[in-house]
Structures are given as C-alpha cells and as structure tokens.
Design a protein around this ligand. Sequence first.
Ligand code: SF4
Length: 519
Amino acid sequence: MQRKYLVYNFSGELDDISHLFPNERLGRIAAIIRKHAQEVDIIDRANLLDLIDFGKKYMKNLGELSFYDSNKLYESRLEKEAGNILKGGYDVIFMNLWHGSGFKFSIDLSNIIKKSNPGIKIYGVGQKVDWFKEHILKLSNNSLDGLIIGLGYNAIEGIVLNEKVNNINNLILYVNGEIRENEKTPIDVDDYPVALYDGNIYRNIEHKIPIYSITLSNQACPNRCVFCIRPENYGRLNKARKTERVIEELEQLNSNYNAAHFRIEDSTPPPNSLNELSEFILNSELHGKVKFSGFSRIDTNAPGTFSLLKEAGFVALFFGIESLDDENLIRLRKGITYEQIKHTIAEVPLSGIHTVGSFIFPIPGETKQSMENTLQRVKELKPYLSSLLVLPAGVYPHTEWGKYPAKYGIQLADDYVEKSVIYPLKYLLPFKYWPPFPFKYKIMDKEIENINFGYIAKVYQKFVDKVTNEFHMPAIPDYYFLLADFIGKDYVTTTKTIIHYMIDRDYPAIGKLFSKSII
Ligand code: SF4
C-alpha cells in the first residue's frame, strides 16, 4: 500500500543550540520509510531559516504561553502550519515531541490536523515520550494515535508495513478506550538504514548547524540510576553496533556532506566502543579530518583510552557524576565511587580532551554535610574539569523516584502527573525563575512540610554560586567544544556568544556565526 509520510519537528523556543543540529532520529525514521519505497518529507522547523521566518516576536509570545493558553498571534502560525501540512496530502505523521513550547505547539498542531482530517494517523516519537509515555496520550485528547517508545525503529517499520498495531512492539496506543503498552523489545540499530539527510527530503537542512549525531548502540543502559528513565524505555540490554558500520556511516557523512563534527549520542556507550571506534578512525581516511564529543562512563575506560581518543579527534567528554558524596552516590545507585571518579577525571585532561562533569544538586535527601562533601571534592577536581553542569533533581513518573517517592523523601503534588507533563523547562532562565515543580523533596534535614520550591531554588543557587564565583568553573556542555572547534574560537567565548544570541532570539546572528556552512 502506497502512503505518504511526514516526519515533523518543532522544538519551540531555541533554548539549546543542539536543536539546530541535524536530527539523526528523524533522519533514520525517514530512511526506514524510504527503504519500503514510500514517500516521505522531513519538516524540522529547528533551523535558522524557519526560526527567522517565525520571527522573534512569535517565538517570544510562544515561549510565554502556558500549555492551555492561546492568543491570536500564536494561533495564526499554528493554523498556517496545519494548513500547509494538510495540503501536503500526508497519510501518516511521526510527530517529534520535545518539552516546553515546542511540545505545546506540536500537540495543538496534531489536534487541528486530526479535527480537519481524522483519517491521518499521528504517532508521537522522541524524548518527551520517553519521559511521560501514556500520560502524553491521555493529554493529547485523541489527536495522537500512538506513541513510539525509545528509539522504536521496529515500531516505525511495523507501521510502515501496515502491521496490526496491537502486534507492533515498542508502541503505546489506545485500545477500546484503554491505554495499551505493547511488548518492549530491544532493537539492533544496524538492522535499520542510516539517517537520510538529503535536502530534497530533509527540508532546510542546509540551515542547520552541521554537527551530526552518531549512535554506537541501541542506547539501552544496563545500570539502574534512581532518577533515570533510560533503562525503562530503551531497555537494559545494550546492543552495540558494529564499528565497521559506524565508520561507513561517518565516511558517507564526510564525503556526502563534508561532515567533520560528530556528537556521540549514547549516554552509556558500550564498554570499549569508544576505544574501538578510535582505533578504526586511526586506520581510516577519516584520521585527522573528524572531531567528536560525547558521553563516557567513569568506570569503563582501559588504561591509555583517552590519549587514543584524543588522537582520533575527541575534543570533549561528558561524565554523569551527579554527586561526590559517598552516601549520595549509593542512594543514586550510580555504581561508581569517588576514588573511581577522581582517577578517571584526573586522567582525561592529560590527553588534551576537555572534561565536562554533570551534577544533580540538590538530590532528595541532600544534607548540609553531603553538600559540603561534594563541594570539597569539586574543589579537588577543579584542576581537571573544564566545565561543571548542575541541574536540580527532577522527578519523572517512570523512574524509581517517581514510582516510590516516599522511600526517597519525595512528595508529589496531587496533580503531579498533569503538571509534570506540561511543565515548561526553561533552560535559559535562572532556576529561581522557573515555575514551581509539582513535587518537592526533603533536603538539608528540614521536615518536608517546611520545604517549598523557593527553598530548593535557594539551596541550588548557593551551590551554583560557590562553583561559579568561588571556584570559577564555567558550565559548558560537551558539544560547545565541537562548536568552538567548528568556528575556530575558544570555547568560553563561543559559549557566551551563542547563549547571548539565544537569549536575544537573534537567529540571524547565529546564522552568521556559523556562516561558513549555513546559507
Ligand atoms: S543515568 Fe546514565 S548510567 Fe544511569 S541509568 Fe541513566 S543512562 Fe544509565
């Protein structure tokens, strides 16, 4: 059966520069559709041409609207977008769902499309699905026909092959008014074609920043950190890709699109996969032509790993450290100790690779003592860390914290689920200006009744101030080191410039910054 497909993304306010990178997941979905000789378009509005076209005024208005609010300006563009999509004659839409204003826009867009043409099938994909799963389906008011969990390429293929939806694994759907979560099965990414980035399918891709994503596995994680949704949705059986296939993909991207900067997406790369990738790079034509950043585990690096990675082109590595207090590490089920952290973090910069340490502060059960312990050890690690990122603990429904809150001193609001799913994360605003969380947790030995969002924000700020003002440590995600390399500037200036432009919604200036590649 011949059907026409749309893969759609609108990330809303540009609060993270990585939205402007070509989206590998969308590209792979399109490639699976093309493999079965069906027609497909990718409309990914997170590109500089479309952002300029939406305009500063529109984006500001969108960013300020809460989920259930609307106004004329917002609706004007929403209706125009729905009209364009309906004119496109699509039978099936895969709607990428992100948080914040992009999520609102995508759900409202799905509602309009579905009301005008109930025959169009719309499936939600992407990170927001991973975080909230069936709660998104409930919220969507029947505008979404289903949700695809994790990478879910098997579910995409099942839909394209028109299989019975009840038999498609990694799919959540409504059956007779009831939510049904089909069986979850781990996938093997090498069973599916690599992402399509051709401009005739991936529209306006030339107006994105050419930092390409690469995956080394099915992104499952064998660990069980209490705050993380990954093992639940991607599974715990990590299936590594064949390194030869990864190299082929890199070579194709390099020769077809002149791609030279790559971010590795696996939050837990399979053991030894970064070494093996690096060895292959050193023995290929890619050596000296490519740069990488990505995640790394503290405890899976053989001696000599980092100098090998540096030689292969790695510029920065991101480590999820979360806390440096021994008790906190145990309670988070991180599976690593301070000794291991210190050993690894001290080794990375010797190779010339920048080290990014990511922390959660405060965590439920944080005490004055655990804060002091962490800060003391941050001071010890300061000479080795190029960057330190901190976010307060978030509680998601399908995590250990979300499932058993009382065990961890967490109190969920009565409307926790409803509020969480529409909670507008605002990465560019200081945390104290975020809307209150629909949960709170016991910290600093205070009774939970005496804790509110303002107090959590105050404790967070105290920690951040110490790191920023006393230790003088910047907060720079790993991919900013790639961007700095790309434009040939230092990473601190690059980060400040990009964040300044994002806050100003100055999309033309971002385009100019990357003008050697963006039209
Ligand atoms: S935080 Fe990282 S290591 Fe822990 S479960 Fe999630 S992906 Fe795995």
